[in-house]
Design a binder for this molecule. Structure first.
Ligand SMILES: *[C@@H]1O[C@H](CO)[C@@H](O)[C@H](O)[C@H]1NC(C)=O
Ligand SMILES: *[C@@H]1O[C@H](CO)[C@@H](O)[C@H](O)[C@H]1NC(C)=O
Ligand SMILES: *[C@@H]1O[C@H](CO)[C@@H](O)[C@H](O)[C@H]1NC(C)=O
Length: 671
C-alpha cells in the first residue's frame, strides 16, 4: 500500500503541471491543460496550441493574464518582501514589423482586473489620472516597443522597471550578454521567441532583468535596479502579464512561465513549449498536407497562393511613405459609414480647413471626430501629410490624440479622439451652457500650459502650435482639456532658425511682432496663450465688438483696471465671486505678462508652467514686463493689419472688422 501511495505521489508530481506547493511556486510549459488555469481578461485567451495570447493585432486592446491566487510576498513577521524569481518565454508580432506597436509588462498588482487602466502607452496597467500615485501598488517590468515621449522612454525597444507609474524608474535598451560578456542587441518585436528572467533579491534590495534569445540564462543582467519593494507591495499580490495595443497593434504571446518565491524559478526549455503562431507553422501545415495526399497539396497551395496574392495586393495599396506615417490608416468606406455618409446632422463644427463630423466606428465601437479637409482648401496634400506625421507622434494628456487618417482622391480625412464636451469657447460664451467654476477654469489653463510645454520642449523637435485659442481647446467627458488642431503646426529642429512663412493665427491672439517678422516662435504661442488666460478669467473674447471703446480690446481693459488697482473688476461675473483670489490675480498678471509687446518680457513656456504650479512667485507685472502693453493700444495694431492682405471671405457679422471670427486668418507673405 505504501509503495502504491508513493508511486501515486511520484506520478502526481510528474504530471501535475504547474506544480505547486505551500511555497508559492509554479511552472507552466504551455497553458492549455494546465491547472490552475490563469485568470484572463480583455483580449487575452489561450490558443489551442497552449500559447497564451495577450492581444491580437486590433487597435486599442488590453489583455491581462494573472495567476489565479494571490502570492504571499511578505514575510508575516518582518513585513518585508521576500526574494522571488520568475522567467518566461514570449514573442511579439507587430502588425507592421518596421513600425511595431505597444509592448507588454510582467506585472505584480493588488488585483487581477486592472479595469480602469488604459490601452496604448498605458500598457493596460494604469490610466492618465492614477499614473504616478503611490496608492497604485503596481510593480511592472515593461518590454516596450514604442518610444513614448510623455513617459520619457529611451527608445522603441527597451526594458524598464516601473513602480506605480509608466515613467520607468530605470530602463535599458533590449540586449543580452553572451558568455564572453559581449553585449548583443536584441529586437523585442522580431516575432521570435525570447526569454526573460526577473529576479528580486531582498537582502540586496535589487531587481535584475535578464534577456536572451535562448533558454540559457546569461550571467550578466540587461538591467539592474536597486529598490526595496516592501513599501510598494501588499502582503499578498497577484502576478501576471499586461499588454496593450494602440493605433498600431502587436500580438503578444507568452509561451511558458515559471515563478518561485525564495529561490530560482524552474528553467524553461524551448523544445517543451508550444510554438507561437508564425510563418513556421504555415510551412509545417504544407508539409503535412503534402504527405497526406497530393489533392490536399494542390488545394492548399492554391489557397496559399491566393492568400499571398491578397496580402501582396493589400501591400500594394499602401505606399511605402504612408507606412512611415505612424497613425492608423482607415478605409474610406469605414469613415463614410461612421459619419453616416458625412450627414449634416453629424456635423460638429467647421473650421478654416474643413468640416468636422462626429463618427462612430464599428470595430472596435468608438466615437471619433472626423475632420474632412475640403477639396478646395488651401491646405494641400503636403501640409496634410505633415500634419499627420507630426501630430500622430505627439502624445500628451492635454493634446487631442490623432487616431488615424485616410486619403481617397481629393478627400483628406483625419480621425481624432471624440471630445464629448466640445470646445472651451462654448462654455465661456454660450449662455445655454453651464458656467465653469474657477477650479475648472484653472485646471484648464494649467492643462493647456502643460500641453504647450510638451509641444515646445517635450518632443524631439520644437512644435509650434500657431493657433492657440479657446475654440481649439477641447473638453473630454470629465472636463479635462486637450489642445487640438495642429493643422498649423510646423516642426522645427531644436535650435535651428525657423524660416519665415505665411503668418497664420486668429486675430486677437496674434503676437504684434508676427505681421512684421512673419515668424512664429514659441513666444508668439505664449502671447496667444496669454490672451486665452485673460479670456478664461474674464469670460470675454480678446476683442469684443459689442463692448464700448474702452473695453474693445481685453488686454487694454485688464491693464487699465490693473493700474487703477481694481483688477478683480475684470473677473467673469458669472462666477459670482466664488474663486481663489490669489489664483485669479496670478492668472491675470501672467496674462498681462504674456501679452507684452516685447517678446523678451514674455515668460518662457517652462516659466509659465512653473508660475502656474506656484513653483515661482509672479512678480508684479509693471516690473516683470518692463513696460505695459504698448500705450498705442491695440487699435493701431489692428489698423496696421487692415492694410495687409486679409482673407475677407469669411462671415464676419458678429465680429470686429469682419475678420476676427475667421478661425484662420491668412495674412499673406510678409513684406
Ligand atoms: C478555470 O478554472 C475555473 C475553476 O478552477 C473554472 O471555473 C473555469 O471554467 C476555468 N476556465 C477555463 C477557461 O478553463
Ligand atoms: C481581437 O480581440 C478582440 C477582443 O477580444 C476581439 O473582439 C477581436 O475579434 C479579435 N480580433 C481578431 C482578428 O482575432
Ligand atoms: C483611473 O484609475 C483609478 C483606479 O486606479 C480610478 O479610481 C479612476 O477612476 C480612473 N480614472 C479614469 C479616468 O478612468
Amino acid at each position: 500500500m505504501a509503495t502504491f501511495v508513493l508511486l501515486f505521489l511520484l506520478l502526481l508530481s510528474l504530471y501535475a503541471s504547474p506544480s505547486s506547493s505551500q511555497l508559492d511556486e509554479f511552472c507552466y510549459t504551455g497553458f492549455h491543460h494546465s491547472k490552475p488555469n490563469l485568470t484572463l481578461n480583455g483580449a487575452a485567451l489561450i490558443q489551442k496550441s497552449g500559447v497564451l495570447q495577450l492581444t491580437n493585432e486590433t487597435s486599442r486592446l488590453k489583455g491581462h493574464a494573472f495567476y489565479p491566487s494571490p502570492i504571499q510576498f511578505k514575510n508575516s513577521t518582518t513585513k518585508t518582501v521576500s526574494s522571488f524569481s520568475t522567467s518566461f518565454a514570449f514573442s511579439i508580432h507587430p502588425e507592421y514589423p518596421k513600425l511595431g506597436g505597444h509592448g507588454f509588462a510582467f506585472t505584480v498588482a493588488p488585483n487581477k482586473q486592472l479595469s480602469s487602466s488604459l490601452p496604448s502607452q498605458y500598457l493596460g496597467l494604469l490610466n492618465s489620472t492614477d499614473a504616478g500615485n503611490f496608492s497604485n501598488h503596481i510593480f511592472a517590468v515593461e518590454f516596450d516597443t514604442v518610444q513614448d515621449f510623455e513617459f520619457g522612454d529611451i527608445n522603441d525597444n527597451h526594458v524598464g522597471v516601473d513602480v506605480n507609474s509608466l515613467v520607468s524608474n530605470a530602463s535599458a535598451a533590449a540586449a543580452y550578454f553572451s558568455d564572453d560578456s559581449a553585449k548583443h542587441d536584441l529586437n523585442l518585436k522580431g516575432g521570435t521567441p525570447l526569454f526573460a528572467w526577473i529576479e528580486y533579491d531582498s537582502a540586496a534590495n535589487l531587481v535584475n532583468v535578464t534577456l536572451s534569445p535562448t533558454s540559457s540564462k546569461p550571467k550578466i543582467p540587461n538591467l539592474s535596479f536597486p529598490i526595496d519593494l516592501s513599501p510598494i507591495f501588499h502582503d499578498q499580490m497577484y502576478v501576471g502579464f499586461s499588454a496593450s495595443t494602440g493605433l498600431l497593434a502587436s500580438s503578444h504571446y507568452v509561451l511558458g512561465w515559471s515563478f518561485k518565491m525564495m529561490g530560482e524559478s524552474k528553467p524553461l526549455n524551448l523544445a517543451s513549449l508550444p510554438s507561437a503562431p508564425g510563418i513556421k507553422k504555415k510551412k509545417t501545415k504544407l508539409i503535412v498536407s503534402l504527405s497526406v495526399a497530393s489533392f490536399v497539396f494542390a488545394s492548399s497551395s492554391i489557397l496559399l497562393a491566393l492568400f499571398l496574392l491578397r496580402k501582396f495586393k493589400n501591400r500594394e495599396i499602401i505606399e511605402s511613405w504612408e507606412l512611415e506615417i505612424v497613425p492608423h490608416r482607415y478605409k474610406y468606406q469605414e469613415l463614410k459609414q461612421a459619419t453616416k455618409n458625412f450627414k449634416d446632422s453629424e456635423l460638429l463644427g467647421s473650421g478654416g480647413f474643413g468640416r468636422v463630423y462626429k463618427g462612430t466606428l464599428r470595430n472596435p465601437k468608438i466615437e471619433v471626430a472626423v475632420k474632412r479637409v475640403s477639396h478646395d482648401s488651401k491646405q494641400g496634400i503636403r501640409e496634410f501629410v505633415s500634419e499627420i506625421s507630426s501630430i500622430g507622434r505627439l502624445r500628451h494628456r492635454n493634446l487631442v490624440q490623432l487616431q488615424g487618417w485616410c486619403r481617397c482622391g481629393g478627400d483628406l480625412l483625419l480621425v481624432y479622439d471624440f471630445m464629448p464636451n466640445g470646445s472651451l469657447d462654448r462654455y465661456l460664451f454660450d449662455t445655454s451652457k453651464c458656467v465653469l467654476s474657477w477650479e475648472q477654469r484653472f485646471k484648464i489653463i494649467k492643462g493647456v500650459a502643460s500641453g504647450l510645454l510638451y509641444l515646445h520642449e517635450g518632443y524631439e523637435q520644437i512644435v509650434l502650435h500657431r493657433d492657440v485659442k479657446a475654440s481649439n481647446v477641447l473638453l473630454d467627458a470629465d472636463m479635462n482639456c486637450r489642445l487640438g488642431d495642429f493643422g498649423l503646426a510646423k516642426l522645427y529642429d531644436h535650435g535651428s532658425n525657423p524660416g519665415t512663412t505665411r503668418v497664420v493665427g486668429t486675430l486677437g491672439y496674434i503676437a504684434p511682432e508676427l505681421p512684421r517678422t512673419g515668424r512664429s516662435t514659441t513666444s508668439s504661442d505664449v502671447y496667444a496663450f496669454g490672451a486665452l488666460m485673460l479670456e478664461v478669467a474674464c469670460g470675454r473674447r480678446p476683442i469684443e465688438s459689442r463692448s464700448g471703446p474702452d473695453e474693445l480690446v481685453l488686454v487694454d481693459y485688464v491693464w487699465k483696471k490693473w493700474k487703477e488697482g481694481r483688477i478683480l473688476d475684470v473677473v467673469d461675473e458669472r462666477m459670482n465671486g466664488d474663486y481663489d483670489k490669489g489664483e485669479v490675480v496670478m492668472v491675470l498678471k501672467l496674462g498681462l505678462m504674456c501679452s507684452s509687446y516685447q517678446q523678451s518680457a514674455r515668460p518662457s513656456t517652462k516659466q509659465l508652467v512653473s508660475y502656474l504650479d506656484r513653483e515661482i512667485e509672479v512678480a508684479d507685472v509693471g516690473r516683470a514686463t518692463g513696460c505695459p502693453p504698448d500705450e498705442r493700444g491695440f487699435e493701431d495694431y489692428l489698423n496696421s493689419y487692415a492694410s495687409s492682405s486679409f482673407d475677407k471671405s469669411t462671415n464676419g457679422d458678429r465680429s470686429f472688422m469682419s475678420i476676427s471670427t475667421s478661425p484662420i486668418t491668412t495674412l499673406g507673405e510678409p513684406r
